[in-house]
Write a protein that binds this ligand. Structure first.
Ligand SMILES: [Zn+2]
Length: 170
């Protein structure tokens, strides 16, 4: 990895890499560049300084970088991949920690999943803040049927189409 980094010092080299995509291995037989076998989730990491890509990388290898932002990105991609697989299987995607996290909702917002419409008064931030609030409710029974309807609508009409079309999650 150092050979593929521009910086020669290990610590500096670590900062050049970003987690850029995730691919699910159909039979859990992926092999990490480090030699670890049995990968189901295969990540790509990209070097911002020189554009080099490493694939496939297991999440435990990303963990060795010791960077919170990379671990969070791994988790976000993993959750979005579950959303994609569940939607493809025709099963319901719920606003729960199984499919989402605060970081995943932030990622979806920043990447433009919440397109402006008349329901969010022309600003996706309203969808984002609504979902964050609903996601953060510890007692889900306090979610009204009207709120539940809005959550499902945002998941099916915005989040799922966005995730299905995202080339970074396959
Ligand atoms: Zn590895």
């Amino acid at each position: 990895m150092i050979a593929a980094s521009d910086a020669d010092k290990w610590k500096k080299a670590l900062l050049e890499w970003d987690v850029t995509s995730l691919e699910e291995h159909p039979s859990s037989d992926g092999v990490c560049v480090c030699g670890q076998t049995g990968l189901l989730w295969m990540y790509t990491i990209t070097n911002d300084a020189n554009g080099a890509e490493l694939f496939p990388i297991g999440s435990s290898c990303v963990n060795h970088f010791g960077r919170t932002d990379l671990n969070r990105r791994v988790d976000v991609f993993h959750k979005l991949a579950l959303v994609q697989a569940t939607a493809n299987a025709g099963k319901p995607v719920e606003m729960t920690t199984e499919f989402f996290s605060r970081a995943a909702l932030k990622f979806l917002f920043e990447e433009g999943a919440f397109t402006p419409d008349s329901y969010n008064y022309g600003d996706g931030v309203n969808d984002y803040e609504f979902l964050l609030k609903m996601f953060g409710k510890r007692d889900k029974s306090t979610i009204t049927s009207r709120q539940g309807y809005k959550i499902r609508k945002l998941v099916t009409s915005k989040i799922i189409p966005f995730v299905l079309a995202d080339p970074r999650v396959r």
